[in-house]
Design a binder for this molecule. Structure first.
Ligand SMILES: Cc1ncc(C[n+]2csc(CCOP(=O)(O)OP(=O)(O)O)c2C)c(N)n1
Length: 537
């Protein structure tokens, strides 16, 4: 009778990741991770080759937003691992459960061999929640710890360095499995209920814990019951449908939007922060209310060590379960008299008009109107992102993905590729500035190889618009912010996709409509004038 080959430590790790729901890993191999990749594939986790480890990490994140499982990045020793630093820092600041698997030389060998050898664990330590070096005797425990730490509390990256000989070492699955704790609700909410009952100008600020707690429905129910308007961070856009009369949209980066939203928050008598992580917010959101007058209830996943604000009452618990419990037995009163919320919503809409003939706002408005409501959009860093995050309405959570903690360029294209790979039937569009697109243009090769009709919109203004604007505002000379015009549509065609250049709304609409039914990806280069964002974000 044929014997099954003995399990390797890499197999145990891969099997545990499979059991955690992982089906896809992205990266670039080197000799040091070949066993690992083999183990992942044998366990049922497909390995996908990206053209840069940083992009690979964002592709993995894109998959995670669709299937909920931890994301997996695989990088080889030295340069491979170092190429992943940005996306790992992003996962840390953007709270993404990313398992970072790097290959390394064996400890004994590293004592007398130096080529490409550096201390991966030390590099990743400040930008991960935890780090491990795989050992054959504890492979299952290390895998389980990594998955638990990455996904529980506020999610984040966990690094596992895998020495070459350990990956191949015979190992047994020790079978440990921990039980996830049930959602917690604080025993005594008397004080919070009193404040809720007495509030006439309450406001909710919702953040990303709501996504991970799956509390969007509970939040919307609570807001409707008590007539409480909801501001979200960019990451939490859609936790209440953004067309809802109580939704005030996303906040965080736009001084123009803040000019409307912050005075409203300052006028509130009760602020309920629901899963709100201020890492996404600009300085205006540091102590935005009068701490002596405004009552603030924080319901969140982790204790407040950020000191962006302090709450009157801090509750570390499940957001949805706590909102359900908070509302129990409280009689809803009248809130925000005189139609203040509707007036604010209208003012925000006027600040970001949809009716421009052409320019970035017209591109965003036309794309939103043309693409189906269930489209998943991704957006890069830059001036275009600030405008788009204010204008792009999300009907549900995780419909606009971006880097809003680290705010890194080069994320939108690979995020979209990951989303499309995990959800091939969903319309997927990425928006990038021309500089951000150039950082990852090589991933058009991956777009062709993975297949699918992802749409890549590029705002072409030959400038780092956000930085150029700041440079001008400081009356500094124009240095290092403008660059040449390039044929971005041709880049799409060069890699086997479609490529279209547009300069008006009608052509953009036609290009988007064609792209939705195309058999390959499409790059749409939208040429916009310089200085398009002046006074607009
Ligand atoms: C990796 C990285 N490098 C630099 C920055 C700083 N930065 C923020 S926005 C921006 C300009 C982006 O230009 P572009 O992609 O053309 O978008 P635009 O601002 O023109 O919309 C830069 C350089 C960053 N956020 N990330």
């Amino acid at each position: 009778m044929a014997q099954n080959p003995p399990l390797r430590a890499a197999d145990i790790l891969a099997r545990r990741l499979y059991q955690a729901g992982c089906r896809h890993a992205f990266g670039m191999p080197g000799g040091e991770v070949l066993t690992l990749i083999d183990a992942l594939e044998k366990a049922g986790i497909g390995f996908h080759l990206a053209k840069h480890e940083n992009a690979a990490g964002f592709m993995a994140e894109g998959v995670h937003h669709m299937d909920g499982a931890p994301a997996i990045l695989v990088a080889t020793v030295g340069p491979g691992a170092m190429n992943g630093v940005n996306v790992v820092a992003n996962a840390n600041q953007d709270r993404v459960p990313l398992i970072v698997l790097t290959g390394c030389v064996d400890d004994a060998e590293a004592q007398t061999y130096t080529h490409q050898v550096l201390d991966h664990r030390a590099v990743f330590a400040p930008i991960t929640k935890a780090g491990f070096t795989l050992s054959a005797g504890a492979a299952a425990v290390i895998a389980d710890k990594a998955i638990g730490i990455a996904t529980e509390g506020r999610p984040g990256p966990v690094h596992i360095d895998v020495p070459i000989s350990v990956a191949d070492a015979p190992a047994t699955d020790t079978g440990t499995r921990r039980v996830r704790a049930a959602p917690t609700v604080p025993a005594d909410l008397t004080q919070a209920r009193d404040w809720l009952a007495g509030a006439t100008r309450p406001v909710i600020i919702a953040g990303l814990d709501v996504l991970y707690d799956d509390s969007a429905a509970a939040l919307t129910r609570f807001a409707e019951t008590f007539g409480i308007p909801v501001i979200t961070t960019y990451k939490a856009k859609g936790v209440i449908p953004e067309t809802h009369p109580l939704s005030l949209g996303g906040a965080g980066l736009s001084p123009l939007a803040d000019g409307h939203l912050l005075p409203f928050v300052q006028a509130a008598d009760l602020v309920i922060c629901v899963g709100y992580d201020p890492i996404e917010m600009r300085p205006g959101w540091r102590d935005p209310w009068d701490a002596g007058r405004t009552r603030v209830i924080d319901i969140h996943a982790t204790p407040n060590h950020h000191y962006m604000h302090q709450a009157s009452l801090s509750v570390i618990a499940h957001t949805g379960a706590t909102l359900d419990a908070l509302g129990t037995g409280v009689t809803p009163g009248t809130t925000w008299p005189d139609g203040v919320v509707g007036t604010l919503k209208a003012a925000l809409a006027r600040a970001f008009p949809q009716t421009d003939t052409w320019g970035p706002a017209a591109v965003i408005a036309e794309a939103r109107a043309t693409l189906p409501p269930d489209t998943i959009a991704t957006v890069d860093s830059g001036a275009h992102r600030i405008m788009l995050s204010q204008m792009w309405t999300c009907p549900a959570p995780r419909h606009l993905l971006q880097s809003s903690g680290l705010c890194t360029m080069g994320c939108a294209v690979p995020l979209a590729l990951g989303v499309k790979h995990a959800a091939p039937d969903r319309p997927v569009v990425s928006f990038s500035g021309d500089a951000g697109f150039l950082m990852v243009a090589g991933e058009m090769a991956t777009a062709a190889e993975l297949g699918g009709n992802t749409i890549f919109v590029v705002f072409v203004d030959q400038s780092l618009a956000l930085i150029e604007l700041k440079q001008r505002q400081r009356q500094l000379p124009n240095v290092g912010v403008d660059f040449a015009g390039h044929d971005y549509a041709a880049i799409g065609r060069a890699f086997g996709g479609n490529g279209v250049t547009v300069t008006n709304r009608a052509d953009l609409r036609a290009a988007l409509t064609d792209a939705l039914t195309a058999t390959t990806f499409t790059v749409i280069a939208a040429l916009i004038p310089p200085h398009s964002y002046d006074g607009r974000i």
